[in-house]
Write a protein that binds this ligand. Structure first.
Ligand SMILES: [Zn+2]
Length: 378
């Protein structure tokens, strides 16, 4: 027996039977969870979800989808850099309780490998540390190197990660008083080729126009934020399958950044305000052009964990609810090379009492979140 969302009556060893409308197919179907895996083969002596509830509910329709994916999240990062293990565990549990069962880490100063296999944390695809330059990113967040060391550092982070390397593509250049790329374009291209040789994909933080334009042409695999996208860069991204994780909800900090910078760096402040003003247009154009867009909260640093729902709501404003759900569930899993809701896949599932395609707020109070078939305690 295990303590669970359903109370203490749910025997973990017994198969669990679920019936509901499967997303995204919208076909009503039965599935079972056996030893943490999904099967569509009927199981004898299965426990019904409703039988496992301490308060029996009427047999209302349910909606079942793969657990949510936060494709830009920093478990292990606080406002001042790396956090303690217990703080990282609390961040991870907050994300898990929001329905996120898979995270693509977007750079942390500490190694979070110990969270692997935890029943209290989403599965994490680690990307090592941010790669930045001295005085060109947030203090104590990343490794800080000069461009002549970039190729070597990318190889190092690639070998320490689980298939992703995170570059800081641009940041304020205090001497120039504006956003500027951190890396000469030719060196960035060499570094991206080096990561690919190591079997890793590369993504980069890009606020402005220049960095995203250069890095997309240099063969990068993904762009974070991407507020400075122009139409030609969007066209290349759509054609080459270069993904975009816009972290839309977090853009609300831009006006505050601009206000803080106004006196010392007025050009930068004006630039950040302009990027903020055109954000919906820029990302909307990328979606319309067919760029692969995924949901990311940018949780970590100063940003709260457990914020996937507002990100989905922001994505839905641009592309509709089904687009937003796919960006945070089935499409994101395919992109990251993880199985979805299919025979033999880990039972990392969200079970909802109402249709999230009609109202994303259905995600705020799931009937159950399963991680490897085990209900997450709320
Ligand atoms: Zn981030």
């Amino acid at each position: 027996m295990t303590e669970s969302l359903f109370g203490a009556r749910w025997p973990q060893a017994a198969p669990l039977h679920l019936r509901g409308v499967i997303l995204p197919s919208r076909v009503e179907a039965d599935l079972w969870v056996v030893e943490g895996k999904i099967t569509f083969v009927p199981q004898l002596d299965a426990v019904e979800l409703d039988d496992t509830r301490t308060t029996p509910s009427v047999h209302a329709s349910r909606w079942i989808l793969s657990g949510l994916v936060d494709a830009h999240c920093h478990i292990g990062l606080g406002a001042g850099g790396g956090v303690t293990r217990s703080e990282a565990e609390a961040q991870a549990l907050t994300d898990l309780r929001s329905g996120v069962t898979l995270v693509r880490d977007a750079g942390v100063p500490i190694d979070t490998a110990w969270l692997e296999g935890s029943s209290q944390a989403p599965k994490i695809i680690r990307s090592g540390r941010h790669i930045a330059r001295p005085r060109r990113y947030l203090k104590d967040f990343g490794v800080e190197i000069e461009p002549d060391c970039l190729v070597e550092e990318v190889r190092r982070q690639a070998s320490a990660s689980q298939g992703w390397v995170k570059l800081v593509g641009d940041w304020i250049d205090r001497d120039g008083g504006d956003l500027a790329p951190l890396w000469p374009a030719d060196i960035a291209a060499q570094a991206i080729r080096a990561a690919h040789e190591e079997g890793a994909r590369v993504t980069a933080h890009c606020f402005g126009e220049e960095s995203v334009s250069q890095l997309v042409r240099a063969g990068i695999d993904c762009i974070e934020h991407g507020c400075g996208l122009d139409s030609e860069t969007v066209r290349i991204m759509a054609g080459e399958g270069i993904a975009l994780v816009p972290t839309l909800d977090n853009w609300r900090i831009f006006p505050g950044i601009a206000d803080q910078a106004q006196d010392r760096f007025p050009t930068y402040a004006a630039h950040m305000r302009a990027l903020y003003a055109t954000r919906a247009e820029a990302i909307g154009a990328a979606i319309a052009a067919g760029v692969q867009v995924y949901a990311g909260t940018d949780a970590g640093g100063t940003r709260s964990h457990g914020t996937i729902l507002p990100e989905l709501q922001a994505l839905a404003e641009l592309g509709g609810t089904d687009f937003a759900l796919g960006a945070a569930s089935w499409r994101a899993r395919t992109w990251l090379g993880r199985p979805g809701l299919e025979e033999g896949a880990p039972a990392d599932l969200l079970i909802l009492d109402s249709d999230p395609s009609r109202d994303l707020n259905s995600l705020a109070s799931p009937a159950a979140i399963l991680l490897d078939g085990v209900p997450v305690v709320s």
